[in-house]
Design a protein around this ligand. Structure first.
Ligand code: FAD
Ligand code: DLZ
Length: 510
C-alpha cells in the first residue's frame, strides 16, 4: 500500500525529511492550496503569490523527477478548504497505509496534525525538520536551567557546531565572536545601494497573481510589481546577487534607515529560506568565503551569518520551547488597540509612513524598520501584543508564527518579561534621527518634545520609561535612562507626560 506524503507551502525543499526513503513509483505526494492556510491571517497578497507560485513550481519539479503528485489549486468552490480535508480524501482514494509529513512550523497547524491519526484513521508519521541547524532538543538542552536566554551564547554554540568563521585553533575568525559595534553607520547615499534582485513573473506566477487579485482582493498589500524568486534556482541567484553587490556593505549599514531606499544592503532572502527555496546553512556557507577571499569585511560576513545562525535558530528554539503559552504573554500589561494607520500608512510621522508604505508595496521592510520604527512605536504606545503580533504575521512575505512571534512579542514588545531580550528596544526620535534621514522630511520636529508639532516618539519614550519604572528601574542596562529622567525638572517631566497622555488619547490622529 502506498504512503501519502504531505508537503506544506513552507517545505519546498527537495531533500525535505518527509521524502526520505519514499518510493516515487508507489507513494503519493500531496500538496494543496487551501483557504484555511491562505486566510488564517490577512496575509499580504505578495506572500500568497510567492507561496502558491513556489508550490506550483515545486510540484512541477517533483513530477518532472518522476514523483506522483496530487496538487490542489486554490478555488473558493473546492470541496476541501483545509489540509485535513484534502489529505483525508486522498488517504481514501489511494487507500494509504500511512501519512508522512515533516513537522510543520506553526503551533496552530501542528496541533491539528497531531490529531490526524485519530481523525483520519491511519498512522501519521511526523519527521523532524532537518533544515534547521539546531534540533528542538539541542535547543532545549542548551536552555535547561537558564533563567534568561541570550542569543549571543547560543550563537557561539552554533558557530562551534558548524565551524563557520572558526579558526583551526577553535577561536572566532577576526578575534571576536561579534562585530555588532561596527554595524551602526548612518547611510547618506554613498556608496549607492544596489538594485535588488528581480525575477520577472513567468506564466505560472502571472496566473497566480490573477487568482490572488480575484480571490484575495481584501487582503493587505498589492500584487503590483511582484518580483520575488519562486524557484530554488532563482532564489540561489538572488543570494549570489546579494553576496556580490550588497554583502560588502551589509555590516556597516545594517542598522541604517533611508527615506529613499527600501532595501539598502539587506539580503532579502528570508522569504526564500522560510518557504524552503534556500537552505539556511548553505546560505551561511555561501557567505563565509566572501570574507576569506577579501571580498567582504568581517563585520559584514559575521553580521550576516549571526542573523541566520544566531537569531533565526534562537527564535525558533524559543518558540517551540514555550508554545502555546508564549503567545498569551503580556507582562507589560498593554491594553491599547493597534492604530488603523498600521494598515494604511496614513500618518504624518514620516518614519512610520515610510516603513508601512514599503511594507504595503513590497511585503518587506528591513530589520531596523521592523524593530525601531513600527515596533518601537507599538512598544512605546503600549499596544496589545496580540494585535501587533497579528499585524506582523500578516504583512511580511517571510512571516510565519515561529519566527514572527518571538521577534514581536519578545524582542519588540518585551511582553515575555525579558526572557528573550535583556532590555526593551525603546528609543526616542533621536535614535531615528541618528540612523536615518527621515526627520528632515517629517511634519513633526525631532528636536521638540512637548509642543504640538513635537516628534511623538519623544514624549512617548519618557512616558514609557516613567510608567514602567517598576519593571525596568532595577535593570542595570536601563539605569542611565532612569537617572536622566529623574534629573529633569519636575515641570519638564509633567509637560512630557501630559503631551504623551494627549498623544495616547489621540493615536489615530498622528
Ligand atoms: P537580512 O537583514 O539580510 O538578514 C539575513 C537573514 O537573517 C534574514 O534573511 C533572516 O533569515 C535572518 N534574520 C535576521 N534577523 C532575524 C531575526 N531577528 N529573527 C530571525 N531571523 C533573522 N524574520 C522572518 O524571517 N520572519 C518574520 O516574520 C520576522 N518578523 C520580524 C518582526 C519583527 C518585529 C522584527 C524586529 C524582526 C522580524 N524578523 C522576521 C527578522 C528580520 O527582520 C527579518 O528576517 C529580515 O528583515 C528579513 O530581511 P532580509 O532577508 O533582507 O534580512
Ligand atoms: C503561507 C501559506 C499559504 C498562504 N498557503 C498555503 C497553502 O495553501 N497550503 C499550504 O500547504 N501551505 C500554505 N502556506 C504555508 C503554511 O501556512 C505553513 O506551512 C504553516 O503555517 C506551517 O508553517
Amino acid at each position: 500500500m502506498p504512503n501519502l506524503i504531505l508537503i506544506l507551502g513552507d517545505q519546498l525543499t527537495p531533500n525535505i525529511s518527509a521524502l526520505e526513503n519514499a518510493d516515487r513509483n508507489t507513494d503519493l505526494v500531496v500538496m494543496a492550496e487551501v483557504h484555511d492556510e491562505a486566510s488564517y491571517t490577512n496575509h499580504h497578497k505578495k506572500k500568497i503569490v510567492l507561496v502558491f507560485s513556489a508550490m506550483r513550481h515545486f510540484a512541477r519539479q517533483l513530477q518532472d523527477e518522476g514523483w506522483q503528485v496530487h496538487y490542489q489549486r486554490y478555488h473558493p468552490d473546492n470541496t476541501h478548504q483545509s489540509l485535513e480535508g484534502v489529505v483525508a480524501e486522498q488517504v481514501q482514494q489511494v487507500n494509504a497505509e500511512k501519512v508522512i509529513t515533516t513537522e510543520c512550523g506553526e503551533w496552530r497547524l501542528h496541533e491539528q496534525i497531531c490529531q490526524w491519526h485519530e481523525r483520519l484513521g491511519v498512522p501519521v508519521e511526523l519527521r523532524p525538520d532537518t533544515r534547521f541547524i539546531a534540533t528542538k532538543q539541542e535547543f532545549a538542552d542548551w536552555a535547561e536551567g537558564r533563567k534568561q536566554l541570550r542569543m549571543e551564547f547560543f550563537y557561539r554554540e552554533m558557530r562551534r557546531k558548524t565551524g563557520l568563521l572558526m579558526t583551526a585553533e577553535g577561536g572566532p575568525e577576526g578575534g571576536q565572536w561579534n562585530f555588532d559595534a561596527d554595524n551602526r553607520k548612518k547611510w547618506t547615499g554613498k556608496p549607492p545601494a544596489p538594485a535588488p534582485f528581480r525575477v520577472e513573473p513567468d506564466a505560472i506566477t502571472r496566473e497566480v497573481i490573477e487568482l490572488v487579485d480575484g480571490h484575495f482582493a481584501d487582503h493587505f498589500g498589492t500584487t503590483e510589481d511582484f518580483h520575488f524568486a519562486v524557484t530554488a534556482e532563482a532564489a540561489q541567484a538572488a543570494l549570489e546577487h546579494f553576496i556580490e553587490f550588497a554583502l560588502p556593505c551589509f555590516g556597516d549599514y545594517q542598522d541604517a534607515i533611508s527615506d529613499t531606499e527600501d532595501w539598502l544592503f539587506h539580503s532579502i532572502v528570508s522569504p526564500y529560506i522560510n518557504c524552503g527555496l534556500l537552505d539556511p546553512l548553505a546560505v551561511c556557507e555561501a557567505a563565509a568565503p566572501a570574507w576569506y577571499s577579501g571580498r567582504a569585511p568581517i563585520n559584514a560576513v559575521e553580521g550576516f551569518i549571526r542573523q541566520i545562525l544566531g537569531w533565526r535558530e534562537f527564535v525558533r528554539g524559543i518558540y517551540w520551547l514555550n508554545m502555546p503559552g508564549y503567545a498569551q504573554e503580556n507582562r507589560l500589561g498593554n491594553t491599547r488597540a493597534l492604530p488603523w494607520f498600521y494598515w494604511t500608512g496614513d500618518t504624518k510621522m514620516r518614519c512610520m509612513h515610510k516603513a508601512i508604505d514599503a511594507t504595503r508595496r513590497n511585503a518587506y521592510a528591513h530589520h531596523i524598520q521592523r524593530l525601531m520604527v513600527t515596533g518601537n512605536f507599538a512598544l512605546l504606545a503600549g499596544i496589545k501584543p496580540e494585535e501587533i503580533c497579528d499585524w506582523y504575521l500578516a504583512v511580511y512575505a517571510d512571516a510565519y508564527d515561529w519566527v514572527e512571534l518571538p521577534n514581536v512579542l519578545g524582542m519588540v514588545m518585551h511582553a515575555d518579561g525579558g526572557y528573550l531580550g535583556s532590555k526593551p528596544y525603546a528609543a526616542s526620535g533621536k535614535y531615528i534621527q541618528r540612523q536615518s534621514d527621515h526627520c528632515a522630511n517629517c511634519h513633526y520636529s525631532v528636536n521638540k518634545a512637548t509642543e504640538e508639532d513635537a516628534c511623538p516618539f519623544n514624549a512617548l519614550y519618557w512616558h514609557f520609561i516613567d510608567r514602567h519604572r517598576d519593571d525596568f528601574a532595577g535593570n542595570p542596562r536601563m539605569g542611565m535612562m532612569y537617572r536622566n529622567w529623574d534629573k529633569q525638572k519636575p515641570e519638564r517631566r509633567e509637560a512630557l507626560l501630559l503631551r504623551a497622555e494627549h498623544l495616547l488619547a489621540n493615536l489615530e490622529q498622528l
